[in-house]
Design a protein around this ligand. Structure first.
Ligand code: KG4
Ligand code: ZN
Length: 333
């Protein structure tokens, strides 16, 4: 079975071809980050227009990479939500129209299921069941994953997502959008002893998170400084922020493993690229004898490969693909 995957929920256009036997054959991606940078955040209207410009050339590139033709595609999977409605509609219209023309079915995919299953694209994939820590710009969740489509939400953020907290704190430190990755680079030069920020909900009995207070704590630190902020201060504050957020993410993940008795943790979503988070989890895994799986860096952030994979696994798990032709998305799915 050859599945085409289409991702367009936010500011990345991703197209991929996944074969149920041979695995990932090709993936093509265009990031709009540079385009939105001058506005300090994603501009939804510009995002939609750019997805329109990119989908066809990316499809051609993916087909060429895989050495396949349109006629060989068995089904088209696409992100139905959650995300920006205009952006989602571009991917939906493209996928549904293509499938209709090819007389093939479509598989609408939940964006987070794509992230959740993305570590299965790696050479040494995790086996079910596992705990998934989903940390992206829009979501922070701990899930118990027993199989494809079998997800139990164990805990989630009550306010900001982890990536959002990274981006907002980066902005407070004067870093350009999207600041998450830049903040983490800066943090590597910071002194971990200089400032100590609160660890929100670290000791709460549940598996929920809250990060908006942490962002406020960064704001308080910034307000205590003279303008302009020095590079040294920025690095130390970035480090303090990262130490706090990483500790909470790691401790809650350990708690989820302990509560469920599971021995495998999968980390997915953009914040999963964070080096300090990975180092601390690897360290705990050695000490507490569990395994941690990460998606390859290219599949941590949004991409079409995870959508093609999720669509393929859904079909294999018995979900039925729909006849093409629908035109609806679920921005708040
Ligand atoms: O999964 P993703 O690409 O998009 C969403 O679905 O949200 O995640 C993007 C988020 C952004 O908030 C970005 O700042 C954050 O992931 N991010 C990082 C790092 N790289 C990306 N956060 C912390 N450390 C990083 N190295
Ligand atoms: Zn995402």
């Amino acid at each position: 079975m050859l599945i085409l995957g289409v991702e367009s929920s936010c500011d990345e256009t991703g197209i991929a071809l996944y074969d149920s036997e041979a695995g990932l054959l090709a993936h093509a991606l265009h990031s709009q980050v540079a385009m939105h940078a001058e506005y300090g955040g994603v501009v939804p209207e510009l995002a939609s227009r750019d997805h329109i410009r990119r989908v066809v050339p990316l499809l051609r590139a993916a087909l060429a990479q895989a050495g396949r033709s349109l006629a060989e595609i068995d089904a088209v999977a696409y992100t139905r939500g959650p995300g920006l409605s205009g952006a989602l509609l571009v991917g939906c219209a493209f996928a549904e129209a293509l499938a209709l023309a090819l007389d093939k079915p479509t598989i609408p995919v939940h964006h987070l299921e794509g992230h959740l299953l993305s570590p299965l694209l790696s050479a040494d994939p995790p086996v079910f069941p596992f705990i998934a820590l989903l940390v992206s710009g829009g979501h922070t969740q701990l899930m118990k994953v027993t199989g494809v489509g079998e997800y139990e939400l164990l805990g989630e953020t009550l306010d900001d997502a982890a990536g959002e907290a990274f981006d907002k704190s980066a902005k407070l430190l004067g870093l350009p959008y999207p600041g998450g990755a830049l903040l983490s680079q800066l943090a590597e030069r910071g002194d971990p002893e200089k400032y100590s920020l609160p660890r929100p909900m670290l000791h709460s009995a549940d598996l929920n998170f809250s990060f908006s207070g942490l962002k406020t704590a960064v704001l308080t630190l910034v307000r205590e400084q003279d303008e302009p902020l020095t590079d040294e201060f920025k690095a130390d504050a970035a480090r303090a922020f990262q130490e706090a957020i990483v500790e909470v993410l790691v401790k809650k993940s350990l708690k989820a493993l302990k509560q469920t008795g599971l021995k495998r943790l999968v980390v997915a979503g953009g914040v999963g690229a964070n080096r300090q988070l990975r180092a601390m989890l690897d360290d705990e895994a050695k000490r507490k004898r569990f395994r941690v799986h990460y998606p390859e860096l290219a599949f941590c952030t949004d991409n079409g490969a995870m959508i093609a994979l999720a669509g393929c696994l859904r079909l294999q798990a018995g979900s039925t693909a729909k006849p093409a032709g629908s035109f609806s998305v679920q921005p708040r799915w």
